[in-house]
Design a protein around this ligand. Structure first.
Ligand SMILES: [Ca+2]
Ligand SMILES: [Ca+2]
Length: 111
């Protein structure tokens, strides 16, 4: 009965061959699409000053430039355009209504 181990091993060999030697499936050629990042509009040419050195006029101008629809409030998306954000959006949005008013933005510089 010395053949038995060999015979028992044979199916395993065939199985292994079937698993590893199957038809080669070509990888579908995925078009190399670049992830399109949201490109911020041209940043306002404001000097990168520390928040403590911003004048009230500069703060107001930064706010107006970021407020793309000029409704006096910055949505989260608009706030991304601010050249400087002394505090987080949540922290700046004092009344938690989801938008930042100019008063809230200005206050972020002085608090
Ligand atoms: Ca706005
Ligand atoms: Ca608010």
């Amino acid at each position: 009965m010395k053949f038995l181990p060999l015979r028992l091993a044979l199916p395993a060999v065939l199985l292994g061959a079937a698993l590893s030697g199957g038809p080669v499936i070509a990888q579908p050629a995925v078009a190399a699409t670049q992830p399109v990042l949201p490109v911020a509009p041209v940043a306002p040419a404001v000097q990168p000053l520390p928040a403590s050195r911003w004048t009230a006029a500069q703060v107001r101008q930064a706010f107006e430039l970021a407020d793309s629809d000029s409704n006096g409030e910055l949505t989260r998306a608009e706030a991304q355009r601010l050249p400087i954000m002394p505090r987080s959006f949540e922290d700046t949005d004092q009344n938690k209504d989801g938008v930042i008013t100019r008063n809230e933005y200005e206050a972020a510089f002085t608090r």
